[in-house]
Ligand binder design. Structure first.
Ligand code: PLP
Length: 457
């Protein structure tokens, strides 16, 4: 890509963006004085400046400049039912009047029964608030149960910000993704390509592997799912070797199907973790698995203290695990999602995604721009490349044009993702008409600026 041509295009898109969002610009300048990047977390930062939102409803978002957007960012996958879903709102409001934190709230049982009904491997559950925390708890459980130390993690998979997983997302290297983490913290992380033969080879030569963690789809690497046959092979292999298979369903849980990727691919792991869509927007995450395995979280209180349950006991705790609105949000959300499945809505959602993905590829290719939309269920990523979008191709690709395109779409009132993440979604609130509107926004954006010339320069 020619540098000068790219910079000229970026200037035009950013000028239009700045003209359209004067209040966001003003707020950014103020916020950046106290918050690095003017935002609360890396996910919200963007160039030329972030848009600040005031509220959301269904699949629409509203910003401080009073612009309405179609929301395809959907809280990085949280919003599967849409903003302000009535049953979830009601449940949360009810609990707010009863107290936000109670020791052992009465509805733990109901929540666990729903988790068990929906998720194939969920005989028992423990809660936390975020995906990071449950991924970490899952690996502790695997280590405690097997008495071994190492965890296999695949290239292209993100498992939150626990230091041992800060490696192998967007590049084919063993370099840490983040500063501030001593390299030694990766001593027990075994990084492999998502290839069952590689796992077998590793298990043959190393007797200290406690578990394999996989998000099943290599989401952060560009959405490169395992096939069902590969997953079945991985399941067989780990079972034979006594290695714990962990599905990180923080993103796929309840999204690909009611039972997440376990149901979608028909393969049941030993442990799974869910978060994001499970709480319907509230802070809820769970580690689920077989009863036997999850007993590692139940140390005998022999000396009057919850600490020191013995060699096999995992200390799994968190002040906010019991947050009543989080658990109530999850119960209401799971009930609503069960109904969606009964009504055949999951099939319709996934079919809508297929039509939308084909429409996006068609729009770019008609303009002479190579495009591959990698998707699974209602989660997708756009890759602007003539080649097949493999992990290595994606790692090497210059992402600036895709980034800029998503900013330009915001000028057409469509937010498909935070540009740096590139994770895009649709949800149950989307209609066929919304899909048409989004494809119109893609075509308008392609007509408005000279992308083709820059892509081929
Ligand atoms: C597959 C996966 N695992 C773990 C996480 C971490 O979750 P959280 O951001 O809630 O800590 C994410 C977040 O995007 C994720 O997509």
């Amino acid at each position: 890509m020619n540098e000068e041509k790219y910079i000229e295009l970026e200037k035009k898109v950013f000028e239009d963006f700045t003209r359209k969002h004067p209040k966001s610009k003003q707020l950014f300048e103020k916020a950046a004085k106290t918050a690095p990047g003017g935002v609360a977390g890396a996910g919200g930062a963007m160039r030329p400046f972030p848009i600040y939102f005031t509220h959301g409803m269904g699949n629409r978002l509203y910003d401080i400049d009073e612009i309405e957007y179609i929301d395809g960012q959907l809280g990085s996958g949280v919003n599967l039912l849409g903003h302000c879903y009535p049953e979830i709102q009601e449940a949360i409001k009810r609990e707010m009047d009863r107290g936000l934190w109670l020791p052992n709230p009465v509805f733990v049982d109901e929540c666990n029964e729903l988790l068990a009904e929906c998720i194939p491997c969920a005989e028992a559950a423990r809660y936390r608030n975020t995906g990071t925390e449950v991924c970490s708890a899952a690996t502790m459980a695997a280590r405690a149960y097997t008495g071994k130390n190492k965890i296999i993690k695949f290239y292209g998979a993100y498992h939150g910000v626990d230091p041992e997983f800060l490696v192998g997302w967007g590049a084919h290297t063993t370099e840490l993704v983040s500063a501030g983490v001593p390299k030694e913290m990766l001593a027990n992380t075994v990084l492999l390509m998502p290839d069952v033969d590689e796992v077998r080879k590793k298990l043959d030569e190393d007797n200290d592997i406690a578990g394999v963690i996989t998000d099943v789809i290599q989401g952060v690497g560009g959405i490169l799912p395992f096939s069902r046959a590969e997953l079945m092979e991985l399941r067989k292999l780990t079972k034979e070797r006594g290695v714990i298979l962990i599905f990180d369903e923080v993103l796929t849980g309840f999204r690909l199907a009611l039972g997440g990727s376990q149901e979608y691919f028909g393969v049941t792991p030993d442990i799974a973790v869910v978060a994001k869509a499970t709480g319907g927007g509230e802070k809820f995450a769970a580690i689920v698995g077989s009863k036997e395995l999850l007993t590692v979280f139940n140390p005998p209180v022999t000396k009057g203290s919850m600490f020191g349950g013995g060699a096999k006991a995992v200390f799994q705790s968190g002040t906010m695990n019991n947050g009543t609105t989080g658990v109530a949000g999850a119960i209401a959300c799971m009930k609503a999602l069960k109904k969606k499945r009964e009504e055949g809505e999951y099939d319709k959602l996934n079919q809508r995604m297929a039509r939308y993905a084909a429409g996006i590829e068609d729009a770019f290719r008609t303009n002479g721009i190579g495009c591959h939309v990698n998707y699974v269920g209602s989660y997708y990523k756009i890759h602007l490349t003539d080649e097949e979008a493999t992990y290595d191709v994606i790692c090497k690709a210059d992402q600036r044009l895709r980034y800029l395109f998503t900013v330009a779409l915001m000028n057409e009132n469509l937010l498909i993702c935070m540009p740096a993440s590139g994770s895009c979604f649709i949800n149950f609130a989307f209609t066929d008409e919304d899909i048409d509107k989004m494809l119109t926004a893609f075509n308008t954006t392609l007509d408005k600026y000279n992308w083709t010339d820059v892509y081929h320069s």
